[in-house]
Design a protein around this ligand. Structure first.
Ligand code: KIV
Length: 258
């Protein structure tokens, strides 16, 4: 099991590899590979539950899936997302973050900049490691848009990143921003940044597992690269099953009991 410090120590040495995961079966696979950080993300709302956004994701849902992932993924750092409306004030943030830790998370991630400092500070004071999330913030954004292209947004993101780091977050996810901005932020911080749609200059990368495997295709932003085509694999396997069942090929003697 890696600690927050183990992951932080990778900054400047090699890129940090992070992926989302929501279940035991995939967690076991990721555990055999060099995946440094696994996030039980609130993208679960869209990917597993077919919602339009993350709003219906509850603390109970993330905690239950964190417990499942924790059984299969033990080699790296397990981070649980704090769902929408679960950290409106410091007390709520702590109560809900503790549920994630009890479920097996080693850190929690929450979205937002300087306006979130009271919550972040309170969590850290109470011994909970926090991962920040800046740039495009899916819990509150109305639509997906590259952040920090204008002067004001650029300066705001830089200031937010510095403030979060000063308050003691363990690392920061940078979502949907120009490569130069994410690179500049990454170089200005001593903690790692993990990019998604933020170019190659961040300290690591994260993608939603089902997106990069080519399983979930409701979402196709420019930054997303599909590293596999599991949808096709699933279709082919199910087609073979349908044929063999309807033609009485399966179950054959090898798969039957006498
Ligand atoms: O919920 C999620 O999947 C995320 C992304 C940053 C990967 O927060």
């Amino acid at each position: 099991m890696a600690t927050v410090s183990d992951i932080q120590a990778l900054k400047g040495k090699r890129k940090i590899v992070a992926l989302t995961c929501y279940d035991y079966t995939f967690a076991k696979i990721l555990n055999t590979l060099d995946v440094d950080v696994v996030l039980v993300g609130d993208s679960i709302g869209m990917v597993l539950f077919g919602e339009k956004n993350t709003h219906a994701v509850t603390v109970q849902k993330i905690a239950a899936h964190t417990a499942a992932v924790a059984k299969g993924y033990t080699r790296g750092l397990l981070v649980a997302d704090m769902p929408h409306q679960s950290y409106q004030n410091p007390e709520a943030a702590l109560e809900n973050a503790q549920k994630m830790i009890v479920a097996g998370a080693q850190a929690v991630k929450l979205e937002g900049g300087r306006e979130m400092l009271p919550q972040i500070q309170y969590l850290i004071e109470n011994g909970i490691a926090v991962v920040g999330h800046l740039g495009h913030l899916p819990q509150t954004a109305e639509k997906i848009r590259v952040q920090g292209r204008d002067e004001v947004g650029f300066m705001q993101l830089k200031a937010d990143a510095l403030a979060l780091a000063k308050t003691g977050v363990s690392m920061i996810v940078l979502e949907l921003m120009p490569t130069a901005l994410a690179g500049g932020i990454s170089r200005s911080l001593s903690i790692p940044t993990i990019g998604i749609g933020a170019g190659v200059e961040t300290d690591g990368q994260i993608l939603v597992l089902q997106d990069m495997l080519g399983l979930y295709d409701d979402f196709s932003p420019k930054f997303l690269k599909r590293f596999g085509n599991l949808k096709k694999e699933v279709e082919n396997s199910v087609k073979s099953y349908i044929t063999e069942v309807t033609e009485k090929i399966y179950p054959d003697a090898d798969h039957s009991y006498s």
